[in-house]
Ligand binder design. Structure first.
Ligand SMILES: Cc1cc2nc3c(=O)[nH]c(=O)nc-3n(C[C@H](O)[C@H](O)[C@H](O)COP(=O)(O)O)c2cc1C
Length: 229
């Protein structure tokens, strides 16, 4: 019954916020997708998002909209101070070592904060390939979107020496929390995942060789509980 109540809460929230559309239809994905402008005054309070945040492990087979994808990417790494290029999550020395890769049914994308856009990565069967190397995580097998957070450690080590690694993981935590709270505010569920093989994921998705995969976040509409009718 608790599952049903939680699912109803997520579903009502999603419907109140405009309701899901059922395809990735607009804009048509190409080499570059300019994402819809983010909303910066949503209807869900920060306190409600914190109170309702939960790790959701089962997802419905429902695609996300580009608006939802754009909103999530913005909350994670969007530019919120255009003059200086500062982003939604803090960064030691404003070095911004983190990158977002998005695995979707349409393929693999890299988020580019400047211009709030996605660049398509030329990888066939990205979703199936990614799911094969994360088979130990059932939630990833269901989610219509997984955000992969990678880090370029090199410049951070040059500047911060032995403290660099900690700084990168702290920053990834900020990004992960922004993602979870934004997902909740959109009526979506999310799950932070640390249990994966970083080298295997990076190799399978042909990610840049100077990047390390630090965090995974599958996101989608929570699956209705079995007693939802
Ligand atoms: C760093 C980190 C790594 C995690 N790794 C996994 C994981 O590999 N698989 C998983 O199902 N959940 C993972 N979780 C989610 C936790 O299981 C979840 O946060 C915990 O059960 C508390 O539930 P809550 O997030 O709803 O408060 C991880 C959470 C964190 C913060």
């Amino acid at each position: 019954m608790r599952g049903l109540t939680r699912w109803c809460a997520y579903t009502l929230l999603a419907l109140a916020l405009g309701g899901p559309t059922w395809t990735w239809a607009q804009p048509t994905p190409g080499d570059e997708v300019v994402l819809p402008a983010p909303v910066t005054d949503g209807r869900v309070s920060l306190e409600a998002a914190i109170a309702g945040r939960r790790s959701v492990k089962e997802f419905a087979d429902t695609a996300l909209t580009w608006e939802e994808v754009g909103q999530l990417a913005w909350a994670a790494q969007g530019i919120t101070e255009p003059e200086k290029g500062f982003r939604a999550a803090p960064s030691a020395g404003a070095m911004y070592p983190l990158h977002l890769y998005l695995v979707t049914p349409d393929g693999l994308y890299h988020y580019v904060p400047a211009g709030h856009k996605l660049e398509r990565r030329p990888l066939a069967d990205a979703l199936a390939t990614f799911r094969a190397v994360t088979a130990n995580q059932p939630s990833i097998q269901q989610a219509p979107l997984t955000v992969i957070i990678t880090a370029a450690f090199g410049p951070m080590r040059e500047r911060f020496g032995e403290r660099a690694e900690g700084f990168v993981y702290l920053e990834a935590g900020h990004v992960g929390q922004n993602l979870q709270l934004q997902a909740r505010a959109l009526g979506l569920g999310s799950l932070p995942i640390g249990g994966f093989d970083p080298a295997r994921v990076a190799e399978a998705l042909a990610l840049p060789t100077d990047h390390t995969v630090v965090y995974l976040m599958p996101i989608g509409h929570p699956k209705p509980p079995a007693d939802a009718g």
